[in-house]
Design a protein around this ligand. Sequence first.
Ligand code: SF4
Ligand code: FES
Length: 232
Amino acid sequence: MAEIKLRIFRFDPENPKPVPHYQTYTIETNPGMTVLGALFDVLDNQDGTLSFRYSCRWAICGSCAVSLNGKCRLACETQVSDYKGTLTIEPLPGFDVIKDLVVDIEPFFENYMKIKPYLMSQASPEKENIQMQEQVNLMQPHVRCILCAVCESSCPVSWTSREKYVGPMAFTKVYRFNRDSRDSGGKERLAIVGDESGVWRCRTIFRCTEYCPKDIPITEAIEFLKRRYFRD
Ligand code: SF4
Ligand code: FES
């Protein structure tokens, strides 16, 4: 079995003198081991104080995102065998650290709520809203977003102006609702993302698109929203 060194960011606010630092653990890997599996190996066999988030272990819940050698990825779908030697595991950049790899994700969800992430319709429909496949296709692949925060955490504009920038995930959601034939909140949401905290702050760096684990073309959606803002 191959060995790998995990260099993990540690921070414990309950320590009387909390100092952020790195701690290195050597583990034996096995075929198919994910980074989340490696973190559990450390937790179960070497250090029961290590904190990290996870839930589904299946790339669905979005809660296990961390920085791996400087790139944000889902720990539960990333193979340890993708790395050799030492793997540095850090919390998502741009968010306050609560403990070790756990960050305060609240500002991310505050941005999410700003764009009213639910179907808006004029009146209760008398019967179910049927969508044809072509209409569903318009929302693809943006419906795949799992709210993992990788895009926001990879974006330098978000790092430097979180309060002033709605952010790439929210734009993805606006695009998704804007393209939904059942929704009538298009103009209202465009006004939200069209102001000074919206799409115009994007510097087209493409890191959101590059790292999104669901391969959502976020930058493309942002450009679409810019055009729609002027058209509508
Ligand atoms: S758009 Fe992609 S990277 Fe951003 S929150 Fe959704 S799934 Fe995660
Ligand atoms: S544990 Fe749910 S996405 Fe990784």
